[in-house]
Design a binder for this molecule. Structure first.
Ligand SMILES: Cc1ncc(COP(=O)(O)O)c(C=O)c1O
Length: 367
């Protein structure tokens, strides 16, 4: 079986460094908010060209704390693309604001600026963009809309570590940006982890307080915070991996190119890379109206594709209260039936890609 992602090869490549880093932390007995987290926050901020970083427990918390830092009220609305992982919107709801879903661009699968405009009301206070699958959203248009309507802009960078927009790494293009270091991400830890980046010193201070029970001085609590911290073990692992991410992203781009060449002539839509965008292929996702049959065929032939995501968020039970029912966001509703993500990771070999493409060719030849 060629899985959607495989972590062993990468682990073996940097095993000694990883294990030395983990052992260093274990032996230090300093496990929470110590030198590793401090160093990694600095290194990750620098790597992304952003000033301030706060390490948190996971990507969902990163989003939740970012929204909470904006101090919105329960009536305030936050616009989120409906075609994304649940956390992009769930975090907004958990932070106590109203989620309003917008449609996505059919080629990049990211927030459609025209749909964003249509969903703005006098209550809209913020926008969450998601650089889905590793492709940057249409930031110039979205930044302009946010400026025009005085909206905060949060980037969900969980799938896009290292992606670029007009030569600039995403993550510094809004007011706050949120990362997940879930093990399968382009930069993944050995467990859960997350980060919030910002260039705004007030928002930085607010997120820092929120992750540690709302205090600046221990046992003096100015606001209601929580406990959500990146831990020292994760930070040490992530510090070993960070210098490799640019190369790993290059390998993902090479693999995407190989897939696209190998799938040429088949009735599938291969991923699009918009001008001025550097896609980092967290996922390599094709579109086909025969998605479900192809999914089953590949599974039966030793390939493990995945469907990210089968149901857009405005159609999920948990968001029924948004009352944006079926038919309200046509692009999301169309692509949820057609998307299929193929195995993608830096160490995937050209032979494996050729073999997967061959199976897809066989599937269509038999129809
Ligand atoms: C787009 C997106 N946002 C948010 C998250 C949440 O991150 P985490 O799983 O670390 O909470 C994820 C990933 O899992 C994601 O893919």
């Amino acid at each position: 079986m060629i899985p959607i992602i495989e972590l062993r090869t990468q682990y073996a490549q940097i095993q000694e460094e990883l294990e030395a880093a983990a052992l260093r932390v274990l032996r230090s007995t300093h496990y929470i908010l110590g030198p590793e987290v401090q160093a990694f926050e600095k290194e990750f901020a620098q790597w992304n060209g952003v000033q301030y970083a706060v390490g948190v427990g996971n990507g969902t918390d990163a989003l939740q704390l970012a929204v909470r830092a904006l101090e919105l009220s329960p009536e305030d609305e936050v616009i989120v693309p409906s075609f994304t992982f649940v956390a992009s919107a769930g975090a907004v709801a958990l932070a106590g604001s109203k989620v309003v879903f917008a449609d996505v661009d059919p080629r990049t699968f990211t927030l459609d600026p025209a749909s964003l405009r249509q969903h703005i009301t006098p209550k809209t206070k913020a926008v969450v963009v998601v650089h889905l699958y590793g492709h940057p959203a249409a930031m110039e248009e979205i930044q302009a809309i946010c400026r025009e309507h005085k909206l905060f802009l949060i980037e969900d960078c969980a799938q896009s570590t290292g992606a670029t927009y007009r030569q600039q790494t995403v993550g510094g293009l809004g007011d706050l940006s949120c990362y997940s270091f879930f093990p399968t991400k382009n930069l993944g830890g050995a467990g859960d982890g997350g980060m919030v980046l910002t260039n705004n010193p007030q928002l930085f201070e607010k997120v820092q307080m929120l992750r540690g029970h709302g205090s600046k001085t221990r046992y003096y609590h100015d606001i209601l915070g929580t406990n959500s911290r990146l831990d020292e073990l994760q930070a040490a692992v992530l510090r070993v991996k960070l210098p490799h991410v640019a190369h790993w992203n290059e390998l993902r781009r090479r693999n995407a190119q190989l897939y696209t060449q190998a799938l040429e002539g088949l009735p599938v839509v291969t991923p699009y890379e918009a001008p001025h965008c550097g896609h980092v292929y967290h996922q390599y996702t094709i579109l086909t109206p025969h998605r479900d049959e192809l999914f089953e065929y590949l599974r039966a032939h030793e390939v493990g594709p995945m469907i990210y995501y089968p149901v857009s968020l405005h159609l999920q039970k948990t968001f029924a209260a948004s009352s944006q029912g079926e038919g309200s966001l046509p692009v999301c509703e169309e692509i949820q039936k057609k998307v299929l993500s193929l195995p993608m990771f830096p160490e995937l070999t050209p032979e494996q890609i050729a073999s997967i493409a061959h199976k897809i060719r066989e599937f269509f030849a038999q129809r």
